[in-house]
Write a protein that binds this ligand. Structure first.
Ligand code: SF4
Length: 89
C-alpha cells in the first residue's frame, strides 16, 4: 500500500493502470470508502474524503478494481479498458 497518487497532477484520474483507465469523480464521491476496502492498493481517501488513485494500483488485479467500482454506492468510479467504457456499462 501507498498513500501517494499515481499521477500527482490528477490524483482522481483518469490514470492508466495496466490496460485500465480509472477515474473518480470527486463531485460524486461521498467518501464511503467501499472502494478502499475492496481495492486497498488502488484507492485511498484524500484530506477532503474523496477517493484518489494510488501509485500501487498495479498491485491490484483488474477484476478487483472493477469490483471496487461496482461496490461504490454512488457510482463515482469510471473504468475504461482499451479506450472502451467497461464500468458503468
Ligand atoms: S466507494 Fe465511491 S463514494 Fe466511496 S470513497 Fe470510493 S469512490 Fe468515493
Amino acid at each position: 500500500m501507498s498513500d501517494l497518487p499515481k499521477d500527482p497532477a490528477k490524483p482522481h484520474g483518469p490514470v492508466a493502470v495496466g490496460e485500465l483507465s480509472i477515474h473518480v469523480d470527486p463531485d460524486i464521491c461521498i467518501g464511503a470508502a467501499t472502494c478502499i476496502a475492496i481495492a486497498p492498493n488502488t484507492f485511498l481517501l484524500d484530506s477532503e474524503a474523496k477517493a484518489i488513485i494510488l501509485d500501487t494500483a498495479d498491485a491490484d488485479e483488474e477484476n478487483t478494481i472493477i469490483d471496487a467500482a461496482r461496490g461504490c454506492p454512488v457510482a463515482a468510479i469510471y473504468i475504461e479498458k482499451n479506450g472502451q467504457r467497461i464500468y458503468p456499462a
